[in-house]
Design a protein around this ligand. Structure first.
Ligand code: ADP
Length: 196
């Protein structure tokens, strides 16, 4: 199985690329979706979080109130470690379950927003980075409904473009049109499948 790590800062177009790769035949595992799944309402993961951080991390509908949890772990290293000790093994187990269903001759794309921040780059045969200038990313996030201070704060909280580009095997430059992006994705796909 060829293992491809896909990342890009918020608003870079990573989700768009992920969908394009799935269309081309990649088996995509979305790390963010799994992170949400393991603490979804009714899960044992969410129960473990409530046990550790108290029932006030729950919203009225018994789902996780992410902002409330973020407040508790913000600026508290030990709390963050407790949070990771609950979520990370569950995410890893669920990812391993899904990986078992991917055929050996397939291309596995792991869509990981924080791949660089977490330091996962060595886990893949190839790392694809979706790149766009910060101003373009801000503009796209505004169009997606974020306000500007929020968009800039989210970008600032992540790795820099330079940090991401430093681990990239292939850079997809998404400063142009979607059509231009698609051509680059198709080229990258040819490289991946040709790279037996
Ligand atoms: P990410 O997953 O990196 O946060 P998305 O793929 O969700 O980014 O893209 C952010 C927004 O920008 C989406 O609304 C998407 O449709 C739009 N977008 C992505 N690439 C382009 C592009 N080349 N031209 C115009 N809009 C784009």
């Amino acid at each position: 199985m060829r293992r491809v790590g896909l990342t890009g800062g918020i608003g870079s177009g990573k989700s768009t690329v992920s969908a394009m790769l799935a269309d081309l035949g990649a088996h995509v595992i979305d790390a963010d979706a799994i992170a949400r799944e393991v603490v979804a309402p009714g899960t044992e993961g969410l129960a473990a979080l409530v046990e550790a951080f108290g029932p006030d991390i729950l919203a009225a509908d018994a789902s996780l109130n992410r902002a409330a949890l973020a407040d508790k772990v913000f600026a508290d290293e030990a709390a963050r470690e407790r949070l990771n000790a609950i979520t990370h093994p569950r995410i890893a187990a669920r990812t391993a379950d899904l990986l078992r269903n991917i055929p050996d001759d397939a291309v596995f794309v792991h869509d990981v927003p924080l791949l660089v921040e977490v330091g996962l780059q060595d886990a893949y045969d190839m790392v694809l980075v979706v790149d766009a200038p910060d101003e373009v990313r801000v503009q796209r996030l505004l169009e997606r409904g974020l306000d500007e201070p929020d968009a800039r704060a989210r970008i600032a909280a992540q790795a820099t473009r330079e940090q991401r580009l430093a681990v990239a095997d292939v850079v997809l430059d998404n400063s142009g049109s979607l059509d231009d992006l698609k051509k680059q994705v198709e080229r990258a796909w040819t490289t991946i499948v040709g790279d037996e």
